[in-house]
Design a protein around this ligand. Structure first.
Ligand code: ZN
Ligand code: ZN
Length: 550
């Protein structure tokens, strides 16, 4: 009897469990997102989410933190952590070793001159007669998640990039973008684009530009959102670690933008004050309405980047009242933008992610005042030091073409004409240059081609090294070393203060939760590709973050 009952019982169980699985599978089918919104906050450190947590409202950052999935230990895994590189990495799911955007500006070995990542003289400005629209993504070698979405939908659905900075609009939008728009500035109050995308601005962009919102914003002072005595996460407002606008006596709030704008680049001033973020949201909303994003049977993609946070960070640094106020105001802008998305696209119809293109170090002079190791490197003194090495060992000061981004580019013609060996010269420089106070490590390109560094900062250097474009000797400075002046801050290193950024997914198809596991920013694109059931960008080396997706 036992023998007979058991199989019946077993198959009953099997039947029950089958039903269960079927039910589960049915509930797991997520509907297609009508719109994907990628948000990059330029220079946002992960710890701004916690530093200002009590000061944020419920419906901005906290809305996506509490109802979405936050990766609390997400990092960039390459050097250098600059804007163009970060934006490209988010959207290509790979590192400069593959995507080719090795910095914002770099020395071109073939042209023998410094180039800017998105410059392209083959195209013209659309929107005014300045030269600031002569841009394209031609230096980007791989596809983006936005390109792949287009390919998957047989070029249906719209992909649009928007940012005050050209590179932060162009690189995320990819090669096949319908449009990328950025803000010109100076005496030009226009959102512009390039003939790479179109020959004439759409009516909604012309209408937006004619509205002259920038003037409206610049006629109001920048005051703290709350009483200044409540800014206890920041240093006293008046201190020696923060930069000033031209014409300002102290680096303090409030700021009279109306009087400052003449000496500080006229319309460009808006890029560097919190209203720049509000202005960006205004334009993004106009784009959603003007292009009917999220309304068709296809998935659209809006790649949005907030640049103002970077300008503010560079001027005032991490622990500044101005920086705190900028994030409190961005929180309000996000609240407003999320509510707009709910209304126009529908609460369950969009998927969103928010991250940063890099973070930033505390102002080194401020760290020094606290006895924490921090440094400034003088490029002039460093160049002299390098020339002395070649003079001492090879009796020549002409062996080097360029030093930039902590890379040395050798003059190979000269080295060969002197019957010297390129590898010997490079190795000697790497061996000697670490004797410079602010240089911590140095390695030749040849070493990076022949050694596989699997973890740590040397792995980051290797991921940032591109054999086609990078220099012959690559250096890593001490932690907390900057080249720029003693006020404000910067970024670019492979240390955690520059690599640790927010990474939050929210909306259709996304679980609620948090994870403290280490992930790389290169994982965003493959995770989105899996959610959308499309191919990931063609050179991605990221992984699908399974715990994010429901
Ligand atoms: Zn940046
Ligand atoms: Zn920056």
């Amino acid at each position: 009897m036992k023998f007979k009952i058991a199989p019946i019982f077993f198959s009953l169980l099997l039947l029950l469990s089958c039903n269960n699985t079927e039910e589960k599978q049915q509930s797991k089918v997520t509907k297609k997102s009508k719109l994907v919104v990628g948000i990059v906050v330029d220079q946002m450190r992960y710890d701004y989410l916690t530093r200002y947590a009590d000061r944020f409202g419920e419906d901005g950052f906290n809305r996506i933190l509490n109802n979405g999935f936050s990766l609390e230990n997400a990092h960039y895994n390459y050097i250098p952590t600059y804007t163009a590189v970060g934006h490209t990495t988010v959207y290509t799911g790979t590192t400069p070793s593959e995507h080719g955007i090795i910095s914002n500006n770099w020395y071109d070995k073939v042209l023998k001159e410094s180039i800017y990542c998105v410059d392209d003289a083959n195209y013209k400005t659309v929107g005014n007669n300045s030269e600031n629209g002569q841009k394209s993504p031609k230096r980007l070698y791989t596809t983006t998640i936005t390109d792949e979405l287009h390919l998957a939908q047989n070029m249906q659905g719209k992909t649009i990039g928007i940012s005050i900075k050209d590179r932060s609009a162009i690189l995320p939008a990819g090669h096949s973008a319908n449009a990328a728009y950025w803000y010109d500035g100076g005496n030009f109050n226009n959102w512009i684009t390039s003939t790479f995308y179109m020959d004439d601005l759409p009516k909604w962009v012309k209408d937006f530009n004619a509205n002259n919102k920038a003037d409206e914003y610049l006629n109001q002072p920048w005051e703290t959102l709350y009483d200044i005595s409540t800014y206890t996460s920041s240093r006293a407002d008046d201190n020696i670690f923060e930069g000033k606008f031209k014409g300002e006596a102290t680096p303090t709030l409030p700021k009279d933008l109306k009087s400052l704008r003449t000496k500080n680049g006229n319309f460009s001033l808006i890029k560097t004050v919190p209203a720049g973020n509000t202005f960006t949201v205004d334009f993004a909303k106009a784009a959603i309405l003007g292009e009917n994003l999220g309304k068709s049977e296809y998935t659209d993609f809006l790649a949005l980047s907030f640049s103002t946070t970077d300008y503010v960070g560079h001027k005032y640094g991490v622990a500044a009242v101005e920086t705190e106020d900028t994030y409190l105001r961005l929180d309000k802008d996000l609240e407003d933008f999320f509510q707009f998305l709910d209304k126009e696209v529908g609460k369950d119809n969009y998927t969103l992610f928010l991250t940063a293109d890099h973070a930033a170090v505390h102002v080194p002079a401020y760290l020094q005042s606290l006895k924490i190791p921090a440094h400034y490197l003088s490029t002039k003194k460093f160049q002299e030091f390098v020339l002395n090495i070649t003079k001492k060992y090879f009796n020549s000061v002409d062996l080097i073409e360029n030093i930039s981004n902590y890379q040395i580019f050798l003059n190979k013609e000269k080295i060969e004409s002197l019957k010297l060996d390129v590898n010997t010269v490079a190795q000697k420089l790497a061996d000697e240059v670490v004797n410079y106070d602010e240089i911590y490590k140095a390695v030749t390109a040849r070493t990076l081609q022949t050694t596989n560094f699997t973890s740590g900062i040397m792995n980051s250097l290797q991921n940032g090294y591109n054999q086609k474009f990078s220099g012959d000797v690559l250096m890593i400075p001490n932690p907390a070393t900057l080249i720029s002046g003693r006020t404000g801050t910067s970024h670019g290193s492979g240390y955690s203060y520059d690599t640790h950024v927010p990474m939050i997914f929210y909306g259709n198809g996304i679980n609620k939760g948090t994870s403290s596991k280490r992930y790389n920013v290169t994982d965003i694109a493959p995770t989105l590709a899996n959610l959308l059931k499309i191919e990931a960008p063609n050179a991605t080396n990221g992984i699908v973050i399974e715990e994010v997706l429901n």
